[in-house]
Design a protein around this ligand. Structure first.
Ligand SMILES: CC(C)(COP(=O)(O)OP(=O)(O)OC[C@H]1O[C@@H](n2cnc3c(N)ncnc32)[C@H](O)[C@@H]1OP(=O)(O)O)[C@@H](O)C(=O)NCCC(=O)NCCS
Length: 341
């Protein structure tokens, strides 16, 4: 390899097919048509456009593209302010261009203050974890923090004690009523991806492969009190509770949603229902529903905060994570994928 001929540049629209073909040759078992569809959803159909953030960093080797690192844009609430952030995805280099230091440069440029306020990544392998740590990112979870819970459908579960006080029904999309709820929920958070209706409809209603189930809880007066999103993964035989959003202290809404989510998981025919939360306030309701803590290590979230809001510093530790954040679940239900579990 002649490393002198390598340089990193920003993505151009004509790069798309080369990038997807590199991705398919580097990550085994993925399907080009699915990659095309997902890229269209992640980038073209993403309602968030951040002018300063390129679609990807591209490693150019003479006339060839040698690898890339792509970015999905988000809005993030840090303190009380809404700023731009992005998750880094698809870090990959063709074999013959590895070992040049390009992967460190990709990650460091993305993490650098000035690129975006909140660079974050999920579902990290060991190489990416190493590279992000070297660039100053912090991990959440791991052995110090229990953030994973499982509901094993086949275990014996005692019946729930009382009927939930909030009723739960399926919905097709998120509307203005949900935005009112989101405005109340976000008051309680210092670091969270913006999950208003614009985001939720893109992330879940418009997800291009197997559609998740959207659930809404209502209090006895009929006011929306919480939402949940459940995604079934047939390929790996799992079900994920991707989102569980209520105002803090609203245990009746949360319990109603957790129980309705378990019903969705049970009726899916899969045996393993997975949830992750870093919010201690949720834990009693999660356990009461029949979930069990799963011991670490599960560091599936890494980030750096490059922005100080006017009311004072915010730390990565303040991040209210959820399984639906970032690209952790971006491949569920792709056509042509064999069942593995
Ligand atoms: C990940 C990838 C982009 C790294 O690029 P690279 O040019 O191979 O990186 P290098 O060999 O220069 O290694 C960079 C650093 O990462 C470390 N590293 C590389 N692979 C690693 C692994 N599997 N686990 C832990 N650390 C790893 C190296 O030891 C090196 O450390 P140092 O420079 O701090 O001493 C490349 O290996 C790749 O395309 N892999 C396949 C796709 C992939 O797995 N992407 C990551 C998705 S999570």
């Amino acid at each position: 390899m002649n490393s002198a001929s390598l340089h990193i540049r920003h993505y151009r629209p004509e790069d798309r097919e080369s990038l997807l073909s590199i991705k398919c040759s580097v990550f085994k078992g993925i399907v080009l048509d699915n990659e095309r569809r997902r890229f269209q959803w992640e980038i073209d159909e993403n309602p968030i456009k951040l002018a300063d953030i390129p679609v990807a960093f591209v490693l150019q080797a003479g006339d060839d593209v040698a690898g890339y690192f792509a970015f999905v844009p988000y809005r993030v609430q840090i303190g009380r302010q809404i700023v731009g952030g992005c998750t880094g995805i698809d870090l990959c280099l063709l074999d013959r261009f590895r070992g040049s230091g390009a992967s460190h440069q990709f990650i460091q440029s993305w993490m650098a203050p000035g690129f975006c306020a909140f660079p974050f990544a999920t579902a990290l392998g060991s190489a990416a974890t190493h590279l992000l740590k070297a660039a100053g990112a912090e991990s959440l979870g791991g052995r110090l923090e229990t953030i994973a819970y499982a509901y094993f459908v086949d275990h014996v579960h005692p019946p729930w004690k009382e009927l939930p006080a909030h009723s739960v029904t399926g919905i097709q999309e998120f509307g203005r009523e949900y935005d009112d709820l989101w405005d109340r929920i976000r008051e309680h958070h210092r670091l969270i991806l913006v999950k208003d209706a614009l985001y939720m409809n893109w992330r879940y209603r418009d997800y291009p492969f197997e559609k998740p189930t959207l659930l809404a809880a209502r209090d006895p007066c009929g006011t929306l009190s919480g939402i949940a999103v459940v995604q079934v993964d047939r390929e790996f035989g799992r079900v994920y509770l991707c989102e569980l959003l209520t105002e803090p202290g609203n245990s009746p809404a949360r319990r109603g949603l957790l129980r309705a989510s378990v019903d969705v998981a049970r009726s899916s025919g899969e045996k393993f229902f997975y949830y992750s939360t870093r919010d201690a306030e949720q834990v009693d309701d999660v356990l009461e529903t029949g979930f069990e803590p799963l011991p670490g290590p599960v560091p599936t979230f890494m980030a750096r905060v490059n922005f100080t809001p006017s009311e004072g510093p915010v730390r990565v530790q303040d991040w209210h994570t959820s399984l639906g954040d970032g690209d952790q679940l971006f491949n569920i239900g792709e056509p042509g994928k064999e069942r593995r579990a």
